[in-house]
Design a protein around this ligand. Structure first.
Ligand code: FAD
Ligand code: MG
Length: 362
């Protein structure tokens, strides 16, 4: 699976930066341009921006000659993320994806390029993962979000009813008309496991179209990286590892021009009767995952890394590693606690550093 399918061009057409910048430059006045010309010969410096987007901290770090040359592209990137949140959020009742769940039952509905692209990619990962990743998961997400609020497990009858509405094969895409049809009226789409990675891709694409090459986008743990910072081998990324060994000796990788995403239950889970249930749900049984751990995926783009990290959280380790090995440019590092024991697994292409630290530590 290539990182970006040729038949579904990235919705960000060329010249997007100019449109965004023009809007920004007109609003901020032209004076700064003169200042920029004077500052041009300075070596690029790092600038950091963060805003709350998609219910999490979106952080942008980029290298530019000066504050003005840094903030305009950064603000344009945040605008792009805001635009995607309006389309892809399950939390906004007027978002395109929420309206689609209501309107596309048995009737094909035209959708935006962004939503079509994300659904097309979602179905690819669903097929590759045998349904472990499934964006029709919405009815079960609602049940487990309620469980996190009330600290009460959903009843088995509630889970059975919600689970019946979950099946990615009930989404019908037509690339000719760019339409989506849902085969059941009780379906609810939830893009929580893939849209942050996509938004991080789009933000990075926009910075590049503004001439910014060295940049890091961190969308709540879904990270996309541009070129290495000037004069450095890459960006230092600490791998999220919830095991005691991971806490004692964290593994740090130096990466550039890739995406890296981690899924796990560290931040969102509910404990009932001494058992932890993750916000990641196994569509096969409708239950929040119970064996703790994390799955970190390196991939050519954020949308793939984000979705695969969730799929690998659900799949048994051997199947997850086989899935990642079958995808060009993808690699994975899985931390799993079954019973009382923590274990670490990595796919062949995952950088050796993490295994070396574990070997020294174990
Ligand atoms: P991931 O593993 O990447 O995703 C887990 C999320 O995916 C779950 O929360 C659930 O939504 C869904 N999921 C669970 N199991 C599966 C499965 N088997 N297959 C596919 N998907 C599954 N949070 C807020 O609190 N407020 C907001 O307003 C808000 N807005 C958001 C808007 C957008 C566009 C997005 C993408 C997310 C938003 N979120 C918001 C966060 C969202 O609710 C999730 O908590 C977050 O996306 C989980 O990301 P993760 O990397 O932790 O886990
Ligand atoms: Mg994810």
């Amino acid at each position: 699976m290539t990182s970006r399918e040729t038949n579904s061009p990235s919705p960000l057409r060329r010249g997007a930066c100019l449109r965004w910048l023009l809007a920004l430059v007109l609003s901020l006045g032209l004076t700064s341009t003169v200042r920029n010309l004077l500052a041009r010969e300075q070596p690029p410096k790092p600038f950091e921006f963060s805003l709350t987007r998609m219910g999490t901290f979106f952080r942008i770090t980029l290298y530019a000659a000066n504050q003005t040359e840094a903030s305009k592209p950064a603000m344009a990137a945040f605008e792009r993320v805001e635009q995607l949140e309006d389309l892809l959020s399950a939390h906004r009742q007027d978002s395109e994806v929420v309206r689609l769940s209501r309107a596309a039952v048995l009737v094909p509905r035209p959708v935006s390029q962004d939503l079509f692209y994300v659904l097309d990619k979602s179905l690819q990962i669903s097929r590759l993962s045998g349904g472990a990743f499934d964006v029709t998961i919405g009815p079960l997400v609602d049940l487990w979000r309620e469980a996190r609020r009330t600290k009460r497990l959903p009843r088995t009858t509630e889970i059975a009813k919600a689970k019946a509405a979950v099946d990615y094969r009930n989404i019908e895409l037509d690339s000719q008309g760019r339409t989506v049809l849902l085969r059941r009226k009780d379906m609810k789409l939830d893009l929580g496991a893939i849209a942050k990675g996509y938004a991080a891709d789009q933000a990075l694409d926009l910075l590049k179209s503004c001439g910014i090459q060295s940049a890091l986008i961190d969308a709540g743990g879904d990270i996309t990286l541009g070129a290495a910072p000037p004069g450095k081998a890459g960006w230092k990324i600490a791998i999220d590892d919830p095991s005691p060994q991971g806490k004692e000796a964290p593994c740090t990788l130096v990466l550039h021009d890739v995406a890296i995403a981690t899924s796990g239950d560290a931040r969102q889970a509910v404990e009932v009767n001494g058992l932890r249930y993750s916000h990641i749900i196994d569509p096969a049984n409708g239950m929040g995952l119970q064996d703790s751990g994390s799955a970190t995926v390196i991939a050519p783009d954020g949308i793939t890394a984000d979705a695969l990290a969730t799929a690998l959280s659900v799949l048994p380790v051997p199947e997850g590693l086989r899935l990642v090995e079958s995808i060009e440019g993808a690699a994975a590092y899985i931390v799993r606690r079954t019973g009382g024991e923590w274990r670490h697994f990595s796919s062949r292409r995952f950088p050796q550093e993490c295994n070396d630290i574990r070997k020294r530590g174990n």
